[in-house]
Design a protein around this ligand. Structure first.
Ligand SMILES: NC(=O)C1=CN([C@@H]2O[C@H](COP(=O)(O)OP(=O)(O)OC[C@H]3O[C@@H](n4cnc5c(N)ncnc54)[C@H](O)[C@@H]3O)[C@@H](O)[C@H]2O)[C@@H](O)CC1
Ligand SMILES: Nc1ncnc2c1ncn2[C@@H]1O[C@H](COP(=O)(O)OP(=O)(O)O)[C@@H](O)[C@H]1O
Ligand SMILES: [K+]
Length: 491
């Protein structure tokens, strides 16, 4: 799994790796530049002929110079805009400057005209993870102009101005794409930086995961490659009892659809038996909407231990009998999944949180999370509060949004790479609740249940939205769950 390395450890990572591999820092920069160019040709349908590269004084600028050479060798008309005298720039910058082919036109920033067309490609190599203060002076002037300019904009490693692991102060380059080296820098995952980072792609420069891990701080980027080994298999001689008996509890007048969505999602995720407990008057809707679901009644659920997992909260409302919730938490001793009003009720009745079984999975969106922990200032603060909360209450916290994070009681934090903006639609969280509950009921350890559910939910959202775009609805995500398994080769 890809470790996310903090900015202040990247240069020691770099030098240790170079030493162990017996390569030079220039070699590593060359790998980075060619990985960048490969991504460019892979991700852009048409790579523009006119390319403008802005190179700052450090190694991010050095990457820009190497990219200038490689793109020029591939027939592109490259203009390079520089800021400092060569002798004031990094060593590898200077080497790459010497290697520039004569076809690359070099401009000083104050001699350059800044006139671009829609189809020009603008590459930002001004600053990378070495940024150590807010951008001012000539750099600010140039970034302001570039942010107004036409053209397709790509940042090398990180948009210039964004610090590697903390919140932007002042100005930064606004990229359409960020091609980041080896692992995404933490700050790229902050919602506050969404307008700067654009689409994030990871350019593999060949540093292995186990090597990265030594420099990490227990933060990881979850990709499809990580998932396969987490899944349990379905075997030929199995029966429905082998794949978990789960119970979804929620629904209220007008909101029973939430349980319907969660139940269907649990079935599509592979649950053998899905039970639902909803108010008496709302049962018919559920039964018609999903005939595969078994409706439980209050008496049946007295023997709660027969269920392999519970999913509590979708569409529940705030008006429920709180003593029922309390007795549920007291009587069920295995990890369970809590979402939506199940969480809001914990916020309203804080004594209940102490009753939540160890290892349970809580799936708040940002607002629900704030209700539980109090006001959050920014995403970094939220990530720290998530760690504190998980550790204190011994639960897994799935904080939903773009790059949903999964925080473990031991402090590990995983960031999901799948999903897109078309999942911002009513009920998509209920789908996730059904999926997590399903995996938990199938016998996955809580962490694996959360990782698998979050990743497949995002991938199903991507697949569902391929043809539906902004018309994607939660039900489409459910119907694409099997396609997500297929895509990852999970039988
Ligand atoms: N393994 C790696 O991490 C690799 C990193 N590489 C590149 O190296 C970059 C990091 O390079 P550096 O450490 O040289 O850092 P940068 O290139 O980000 O910038 C550092 C330079 O900018 C100056 N500077 C910082 N903030 C400034 C500000 N606000 N105004 C004016 N000047 C400022 C510094 O004094 C220094 O000269 C990465 O982002 C990446 O692009 C790649 O070359 C290859 C491998
Ligand atoms: N822009 C986005 N990118 C990725 N995933 C998203 C995005 N917007 C929403 N999602 C996902 O959709 C789900 C929304 O959940 P939630 O806010 O609880 O919705 P609801 O309450 O309507 O069911 C979460 O899993 C979230 O991660
Ligand atoms: K940059």
């Amino acid at each position: 799994m890809l470790s996310i390395i903090p900015g202040n450890k990247i240069s020691s990572l770099d030098s240790t790796y170079i030493k162990e591999e017996g390569i030079s820092s220039w070699d590593l920069m060359e790998r980075a530049a060619s990985a960048f160019c490969n991504l460019l040709f892979e991700k852009l349908l048409m790579v523009p002929d006119d390319v403008f590269i802005f190179s700052g004084p450090g190694n991010n600028g050095g990457d820009g110079l190497a990219i200038a050479r490689l793109l020029s060798l591939r027939g592109k008309k490259v203009s390079l805009i520089v800021f400092e005298q060569n002798q004031n720039c990094s060593k590898d910058y200077q080497i790459n400057f010497e290697k520039l082919p004569s076809q690359v036109q070099v401009f000083r920033w104050d001699e350059f005209g800044f006139a671009f067309n829609d189809h020009d490609l603008i590459i930002d190599g001004i600053f990378g993870v070495g940024i150590n203060r807010p951008v001012e002076g000539k750099y600010r002037e140039v970034i302001e102009k570039l942010n107004e300019a036409k053209g397709i904009k790509i940042a090398i490693d990180i948009p210039s101005g964004i610090p590697s692991d903390s919140l932007l102060i002042g100005i930064a380059f606004k990229a359409d794409y960020t091609f980041t080296f080896q692992f995404p820098k933490l700050a790229l995952l902050f919602p506050e930086h969404a307008e700067y980072s654009g689409v994030i792609e990871v350019a593999d420069i060949g540093i292995p995961d186990h090597f990265l891990e030594q420099f990490g701080e227990n933060r990881y980027f979850l990709t499809g490659d990580d998932l396969k080994s987490l899944h349990l298999t379905f075997n030929r001689f199995s029966h429905k009892g082998d794949y978990g008996k789960v119970l979804l509890i929620g629904g209220s007048k007008g909101k029973v659809g939430a349980v319907l969505l969660a139940s269907k999602a649990a079935l599509r995720t592979g649950s053998g038996l899905v039970f639902a407990l909803v108010p008496e008057d709302e049962r018919l809707i559920l039964q018609i909407g999903a005939p595969e679901v078994i409706l439980a009644n209050q008496d049946e659920i007295k023997g709660l231990q027969i269920f392999d997992a519970l999913g509590v909260g979708p569409g529940w409302g705030q008006e429920i009998d709180i003593s029922f919730y309390e007795s549920l938490l007291k009587r069920y001793h295995k990890p369970l999944v809590i979402d939506a009003d199940g969480l809001n009720l914990l916020s309203a009745h804080p004594r209940l949180i102490e009753l939540v079984p160890n290892g349970s999975i809580l799936t708040p969106h940002i607002k629900e999370f704030e209700r539980m922990t109090g006001k959050v200032d920014h995403h970094l603060d939220r990530l720290q509060k998530a760690r504190d909360f998980s550790e204190k209450h011994n639960v897994y916290l799935v904080l939903k949004g773009q790059f949903t994070s999964i925080t473990c009681p031991d402090g590990r934090q995983f960031f999901n790479s799948s999903g897109n903006q078309y999942m911002a639609t009513a009920g998509s969280g209920d789908v996730l609740t059904g999926m997590v509950t399903s995996f938990l009921g199938q016998g996955y350890p809580p962490l694996n249940a959360a990782l698998c559910a979050v990743y497949h939910h995002g991938l199903a959202g991507e697949l569902a939205s391929e043809t539906r775009l902004r018309g994607t609805i939660a039900g489409d995500i459910i119907e694409s769950i099997p396609a997500s398994f297929l895509k990852l080769g999970i039988a």
